[in-house]
Design a protein around this ligand. Structure first.
Ligand SMILES: Cc1cc2nc3c(=O)[nH]c(=O)nc-3n(C[C@H](O)[C@H](O)[C@H](O)COP(=O)(O)O)c2cc1C
Ligand SMILES: O=C(O)C(=O)c1ccccc1
Length: 407
């Protein structure tokens, strides 16, 4: 069950030192750069290749990381203020205590049998919004239950227009289950060229244990279509059902900007388009009237030879930052990374792989540990730089310098 812990990263640090004195230790290291290595030791070759891996030669993923080191935080001194930095943000008219969310990540049961149940509970415990993937290994309703009173958002892999009734059915289920915003992923209408997965013969959907298809196979509209077409129930021919569902959510490039209107008619809350990398597309998002975008390249998992996600963030912020909410992901690994993305204009950051490493290393407690670590690290990073809050009044480009400009 979800228990609500009053969030306070700084108290958490104090507690850790005290616990340390009593020879109690956290579930695993606080060193963020170690999480991937430790989790890799615990995973099968397939799971490791899937989560750690990226598209092609890994160039986009590498650039995502390198981009952070090109910016540095310049600390200011004798900035007197009361208390600790305020990390809260206002998003979609709601005040949230922290500026991070769990990015949508599919098939989480391959990392730990508790999968999304553990991560959704951990996110609620840490007062961090949970974005549920359409490729989850747990149904919409069960994730909602595990997330309890937490803030939850739903990520859509979007069936083609001739399956609009399935889309509506999924959106209805998500709304009924308390998902308050819709994140529509635009960069994964087909999976990228992923050498590590191909080497392992691994595809997240085409597994004998049918792990990433829970939402489709439990959907009444999908089930009835399947019966009409195949003359049997989903459960009587699971192979065919999985193949059908895979085609439904990864149909290739089947949508255009006008189609967003359909989602706007069928979703009552904010809509956020995930995977924006160009100023032109960001402007389209404003034109079409969505409430937010995620500047993301899917952690470098889709296209090789791409730009860093952080690199394009400032120009997108300059073009549309005052017209919609800008979320950011791809490459965030520590508190300073979050601070830099926010200084460049992101409202909130989505955390991808790191919380999955937490899931691998310690289930719900492990995910909680990663989220708490990132938040504690962020809070101290701001405090030590003399930055009073994560709002753009205090955390903005004036706190950053480009390393290249220093020489
Ligand atoms: C194993 C894995 C599965 C993912 N599944 C989804 C998904 O189902 N839907 C989605 O929109 N993004 C998915 N993503 C992308 C993340 O939402 C996010 O954009 C990315 O992980 C951010 O980069 P980072 O891992 O470097 O933080 C997935 C990422 C990983 C690592
Ligand atoms: O692997 C991914 O990045 C992703 O988005 C996905 C695709 C299919 C199933 C689960 C996740």
């Amino acid at each position: 069950m979800t228990k609500h812990v009053d969030p306070n990263p700084i108290e958490y640090e104090q507690l850790i030192y005290q616990k340390g004195l009593r020879y109690e230790r956290p579930p695993f290291t606080f060193q963020p750069q170690e999480w991937e290595r430790l989790a890799s030791e615990r995973m099968s070759a397939e799971s490791k290749g899937y989560v750690v891996g990226s598209a092609g030669t890994g160039e986009t993923a590498r650039k995502n990381r390198e981009a952070f080191a090109r910016w540095s935080i310049v600390p200011r001194r004798l900035v007197k203020y009361d208390g600790f930095p305020d990390l809260s943000v206002n998003v979609f008219g709601q005040k949230l205590p922290f500026p991070i969310a769990c990015a949508p990540v599919g098939v989480q049961r391959i990392f730990n049998p508790e999968g999304e149940i553990a991560t959704a509970a951990a996110a609620a415990e840490q007062s961090v919004p949970f974005i549920m993937s359409t490729a989850s290994s747990t149904s919409i309703e069960d994730v909602a239950k595990a997330n309890g009173n937490g803030v939850r958002w739903y990520q859509l892999y979007w069936p083609p227009n001739d399956h609009n009734d399935i889309t509506v059915s999924i959106l209805d289920r998500a709304q009924k289950a308390g998902f308050s915003a819709l994140f529509v992923t635009l960069d994964t209408y087909i999976l990228g060229w992923r050498p590590s997965d191909m080497d392992n013969g691994y595809n997240p959907f085409l597994r004998s244990d049918k792990i990433g298809v829970a939402i489709g196979l439990t959907d009444p509209v999908f089930r009835s279509h399947f019966k009409e077409k195949h003359g049997c129930e989903v459960d009587d021919d699971l192979e065919a059902a999985v193949a059908e569902w895979t085609r439904t959510v990864f149909p290739g490039m089947s949508h255009c900007w006008q189609d967003i209107k359909f989602l706007q008619q069928h979703w009552k809350g904010p809509i956020v388009l995930k995977g924006i990398q160009s100023v032109e597309d960001a402007k389209k998002c404003v034109e079409i009237g969505v409430q937010g975008i995620v500047v993301s390249n899917h952690g470098g998992r889709q296209s090789d030879g791409g730009n860093s996600s952080l690199g394009v963030l400032p120009r997108i912020v300059d073009a549309v930052g005052d017209k919609l909410e800008i979320f950011f992901d791809s490459g965030i690994r520590c508190g300073a990374d979050i601070a830099k993305a926010m200084a460049l204009g992101a409202k909130m950051c989505l955390i991808g792989r790191p919380y999955i490493y937490g899931l691998v290393l310690g289930g719900e407690e492990g995910t909680s540990h990663v989220l708490k670590s990132l938040l504690g690290d962020l809070e101290l990073t701001l405090h030590l730089a003399g930055i009073q809050s994560s709002s753009p009044n205090h955390l903005n480009r004036s706190v950053l310098i480009k390393e290249d400009d220093l020489f």
